[in-house]
Design a protein around this ligand. Structure first.
Ligand code: SF4
Length: 244
């Protein structure tokens, strides 16, 4: 039903505007109910890195539906603290459908057998360890809820509440949240922090490509000094859903 995007660009635009307009009129909680139980029922997932801010979105969603699929990409290069934090939040928020998505073993054997591709080409490494498995995992869904925010800067500076990427709705309910609002939410609900925050990290990805913050912004420790700001999972690839 929702896979009309590839076949009817005009219809997709209308539906995007409709979803966006309704969302801007309603409270966040009402929107989550609408997206999870009406508009995208059974065809929506949450995308989470279980990073420093992830508890906010996961807590919001868990109050509506603890069984919504939560997609988490394990690149095999993550900090052990992130895996532990994932397990802590699953337990704390009673999430029942967290799906850990891993790289294809054959791809790794063929393209990065030593696990050092990141040191040669971060784009190639992200492609096999993150983007490819993520694209596979999201195919059953018409919409993804992400935790992206404008305060992350760079390509996210003009992020909208809803957009369509690769034929899927990407819903960014926290798109206009400030760093202060995120902190207040975490405090107000007593949510546990990612353990690496205490060691100076503000945004956390893979261990080889994440540095402590130097105070330059919330994602300044990611691929530090390289100019790269996104792994690519939220970028357009030209792929469109043909589901009907
Ligand atoms: S963030 Fe670094 S280690 Fe992780 S997939 Fe991308 S390049 Fe590879």
């Amino acid at each position: 039903m929702y896979g009309i995007l590839a076949r009817s660009p005009g219809g997709a635009t209308t539906r995007l505007e409709d979803v966006r307009f309704r969302a801007l009129e309603n409270s966040l909680e009402d929107n989550l109910r609408d997206w999870l139980f009406e508009e995208f029922r059974d065809r929506i997932a949450v995308s989470s890195s279980f990073g420093t801010e992830s508890a906010v979105l996961l807590h919001l969603v868990s109050r509506i539906d603890r069984g919504v699929p939560v997609l988490f990409v394990d690149t095999g290069q993550l900090f052990p603290e992130t895996i532990a934090y994932r397990d802590l939040l699953i337990d704390r928020l009673k999430l029942t459908n967290v799906r850990t998505v891993s790289s294809n073993d054959e791809d790794i054997r063929r393209e990065d057998p030593a696990g050092t591709l990141w040191s040669v080409s971060t784009d190639a490494c992200c492609a096999i360890r993150k983007v490819r498995p993520y694209q596979q995992a999201i195919r059953p869904f018409d919409a993804l809820i992400t935790g992206r925010k404008r305060v992350h800067g760079a390509a996210r500076s003009d992020l909208d509440l809803v957009n369509v990427t690769n034929g899927q709705f990407r819903i960014n309910p926290l798109f206009d949240w400030s760093a202060e609002k995120i902190e207040n939410y975490l405090d107000n609900f007593g949510l546990p922090r990612h353990p690496l925050i205490a060691h100076g990290y503000t945004s956390i990805g893979c261990k080889h490509c994440t540095a402590k913050s130097d105070g330059g912004g919330s994602r300044d420790g990611r691929w530090s000094g390289s100019g790269k700001t996104e792994c690519g999972i939220h970028l357009s690839t030209g792929w469109v859903s043909l589901r009907s």
